[in-house]
Design a protein around this ligand. Structure first.
Ligand code: DX5
Ligand code: ZN
Length: 239
């Protein structure tokens, strides 16, 4: 039986960086399930953001999942540092990993700060086919489908990724896996239902939650509106 609850993961990329701890606490109190941390190295993507020191600094501000999306080359050099800093999930890009199977095994072998192990994720750029992960899917706790080209918040959703979500959901269902499907980039209250209907169960949203015209600074209203849209549209779930 596979009946995942929708998870809402606001992206800190859209937060006020001068008040990052406060923003994390506000999102936690607003009902965020995961807090999405976009790590960029200026090489894999044309932008720079946070490293393990920032994850470590944020860790005492929330007990929610710190969902670390590593948009970096050679992630194997840094995953242990992120785990020690308090990351709960570590997602690497298939396009940045020459030895993806080994990289995922390495992440699954990392101890979680509160016991157990860190969750391993793999992310696919918009152009990368699902077939690229068909042979490592059993090593993935989550698959993150990029629905914009990574590097910046506030971009427009790329609709061509929707068939990939459907294809991956079918593969996960066929193999009876608990793997989560996370979608990231341009996710807003107006399109979350169609993505949930396609098979996504975990939704990253930066500007859609933190910089929304419709909800203003009311993060709780944005999160709850998105959650109820997703909940109603996940009709592919087992009863
Ligand atoms: C883009 C990042 C996303 C970004 C999403 O490279 O991976 O997580 O924060 O921001 P929005 O929701 O504004 O597209
Ligand atoms: Zn991201």
């Amino acid at each position: 039986m596979n009946r995942p609850a929708p998870l809402l993961a606001p992206s800190l990329l859209s937060a006020d960086f001068a008040r990052l701890g406060e923003e994390v606490r506000a999102l936690d109190q607003a009902g965020a399930d995961w807090l999405h941390v976009d790590v960029m190295d200026g090489r894999f993507v044309p932008n720079l953001t946070f490293g393990p020191l920032v994850v470590e600094a944020l860790r005492p501000h929330t007990s929610r999942v710190l969902d670390c999306h590593l948009m970096i080359e050679e992630p194997e050099r840094y995953v242990a540092d992120f785990a020690r800093a308090g990351a709960d999930t570590l997602t690497v890009h298939v396009e940045a990993c020459r030895h993806l199977h080994r990289n995922l095994q390495q992440i699954q072998g990392l101890k979680h700060h509160a016991g157990g192990r860190v969750l391993a994720g793999v992310s696919l750029n918009p152009h990368t086919p699902i077939a690229a992960i068909a042979h490592v899917l059993e090593l993935c706790d989550l698959v993150l489908i990029m629905s914009v080209n990574p590097g910046f918040g506030g971009q427009k959703f790329i609709p061509q990724v929707r068939p990939k979500i459907r294809e991956l959901r079918a593969m996960i269902r066929e193999r009876n896996l608990p793997t989560r499907i996370e979608v990231d980039g341009g996710v807003i209250v107006d399109n979350i239902a169609e993505l949930a209907g396609d098979g996504a169960d975990t939704f990253v949203s930066g500007s859609g939650i933190l910089r929304s015209e419709r909800f203003g600074r009311d993060y709780a209203a944005a999160i709850s509106a998105m959650r109820s849209q997703a909940e109603a549209a996940m009709t592919w779930r087992d009863p």
